[in-house]
Design a protein around this ligand. Structure first.
Ligand SMILES: [Zn+2]
Length: 218
């Protein structure tokens, strides 16, 4: 078992994300309320670290200053995905934000997902992108939409592309990435009546998400 030591409460609160003056004040009051410390005390035993973290997680949610994170959290707690009834506190550093964790990609992707859902779009094909960005995209969109990722450099037949296009509700051709014309032409130049095609001309998941968000009217 780890040796017990005295921690400075203020430092522990900063470490847990409650560094903002308002958050720190609310957190201290909650810890007194939970009997984990007393008013005026400045040190706390390191053995209580987990209890402190848990008591705070149960009462508060830390969000960064982005309004997208606020509305996303509201939607999540309404939908039962996030623990509701907690008081929102500002996080001093975005990395402590429960929604985005300080990541532009996550924030943009979440906004896009909300709009896709509002439009009832569930099946998306993304053509191109690096293997790493495709992997990140899959992780961000997991469970929300069905994503078919088409490598921009592997051979694809016209029949395979046709099947993809019949399946998809939205096709995203991700230019400025690893994407051969032979592949992109199969998707970008298909005949009338198919799913809408968006051309994204910038790299990065945030750029891709923002372009889809714009397409969905966001
Ligand atoms: Zn955030």
């Amino acid at each position: 078992m780890a040796r017990e030591e005295a921690l400075e409460i203020g430092e522990l609160l900063v470490e847990l994300g409650y560094g903002h003056r308002k958050a720190s004040k609310a957190a201290r009051a909650a810890l007194c309320d939970a009997g984990l410390t007393h008013p005026g005390k400045s040190a706390i035993s390191s053995a209580k670290r987990e209890m402190v973290a848990e008591a705070l997680r149960a009462r508060f949610v830390l969000l960064c200053g982005q309004k997208e994170c606020r509305s996303e959290y509201k939607d999540r707690s309404r939908g039962g995905e996030a623990l509701a009834g907690r008081k929102v506190l500002p996080s001093l550093e975005a990395r402590h934000c429960e929604v985005c964790g300080g990541s532009n990609n996550a924030r943009s992707a979440q906004r896009m997902l909300r709009l896709l859902e509002a439009q009832g779009i569930r099946r998306i094909i993304v053509v191109g992108g690096s293997p790493a960005s495709r992997e990140e995209l899959l992780a961000l969109m997991k469970g929300k939409v069905s994503l078919r990722l088409v490598s921009g450099t592997d051979r694809r037949t016209r029949e395979e592309a046709q099947r993809d296009l019949e399946w998809a509700e939205l096709v995203v051709v991700w230019g400025a990435t690893q994407l051969d014309h032979k592949v992109s032409n199969l998707y970008a130049r298909h005949g009338p009546g198919g799913a809408p095609v968006i051309l994204v001309r910038r790299r990065g998941i945030a750029a891709l998400s923002d372009e889809i968000t714009r397409h969905c009217g966001g």
